[in-house]
Design a protein around this ligand. Structure first.
Ligand SMILES: [Zn+2]
Length: 192
């Protein structure tokens, strides 16, 4: 049976939640056949996410090429994990520390490099609490998926606000590169 590739638009969170629910059910059963099914599911999930990540990374790099983007910014999740993990709400924790996101980053980095685009990892500290419009930082600005600045009243999707802040920090890096006369085609992250 021919399986269709998931489109980049499809939410990986949604897909993974299905696996999460199935895993929890099987775990509560605890039988050996349940364990076998769990193992099979893990493999399926891995393949699905790889497929999704290939689609998304392809779309990201395509967008970057079409819009002459020289640097793609990601939040650097490596250093802050241990200090912040306990602060991440439980329902976001699974998504936040997932290997799938790291895989997406590595796929983008690889494809971007082939297109002569640099991938930069920026400090994600307070990106979700900072107002993109007025820079006010407060925990109260964020309420789950909604962002509402308590000072200037700016309202948007919380992920979009954080992404804009990451883009802003990436822009600082891009300006530094450009001021040094660097061309993305000839410089990779390792060379900087
Ligand atoms: Zn504001």
């Amino acid at each position: 049976m021919k399986q269709e590739s998931p489109s980049p638009e499809r939410s990986d969170r949604w897909e993974r939640n299905i696996y999460k629910i199935m895993r929890a059910r099987l775990q509560s059963k605890g039988t050996s056949s349940a364990k076998r099914v769990m193992k099979r599911l893990a493999g399926k999930e891995k393949r699905l996410m790889k497929d999704v990540n290939h689609c998304i990374s392809k779309a990201i790099v395509k967008f970057a090429v079409e819009n002459n983007v020289s640097v793609i910014g990601f939040e650097d999740l490596t250093g802050i994990r241990t200090q912040t993990e306990h602060k991440i709400p439980k329902k976001h924790k699974y998504h936040h520390s997932s290997w799938a996101f790291r895989q997406l980053q590595s796929f983008v980095e690889y494809k971007a490099k082939l297109a002569g685009i640099i991938t930069e990892y920026v400090d994600p500290a307070f990106t979700s609490q900072t107002c993109f419009r007025c820079n006010h930082i407060s925990r109260n600005n964020r309420n789950d998926l909604k962002f509402h600045c308590e000072i200037c009243g700016y309202e948007t999707n919380a992920d979009l606000n954080a992404a804009n802040n990451i883009e802003h920090r990436t822009r600082d890096f891009r300006y530094t590169l450009e001021s040094q006369g660097c061309q993305s085609i000839t410089h990779t992250r390792e060379m900087i």
